[in-house]
Design a protein around this ligand. Sequence first.
Ligand SMILES: [Zn+2]
Length: 181
Amino acid sequence: MKPATLREAKYMDSSHICDFCGGRTEVRQEELVFTYGAGDEAVDLRVIVPVFHCLDCDEAYMGEEAEILRHEAVCKYLGRLTPAEIKAIREKYGRTQEQFAEVSGFGVASIKRWENGNQIQNVSADRLLQFLADERNYRRAQMMPGSNRPRPTFRTEISDRTSQEAAEFSLRPVANQKLAA
Ligand SMILES: [Zn+2]
């Protein structure tokens, strides 16, 4: 097989265009080793990611998918839900991020950051998310005040009679009270 044919065959497997020269690339699955954490808590994590190799300029680079896989590797190392898993919990109930924020009590900005992989949720948030993955817990959260319903607005009207009763009210020793039958 001539090299030119081989190059063409590889190109057929990938529609990716080189970010540097616009040339043809091929994708190879390669092990990426990266350090997570610092000092004594630093660990080396390994993950298999797609790496684009340009057949024209010899550049090699990783795309967005590699970033996602890298982020997932950190989540798994920490024992936390991945962005895709969090999104799946929310979508299981057919909720938008705003609606899910109402039921869970999380800020919608936090939910966006977790789902985008811009931030990893802390342990308590992760546990609450895992509880909400159970439909019974989700339904219970929905029933709680402040969930999935408009914020209450209180309008207070105090009648003259209520004001009068309030003015006359005083605490008395229990012994002096008569129990209602
Ligand atoms: Zn190139």
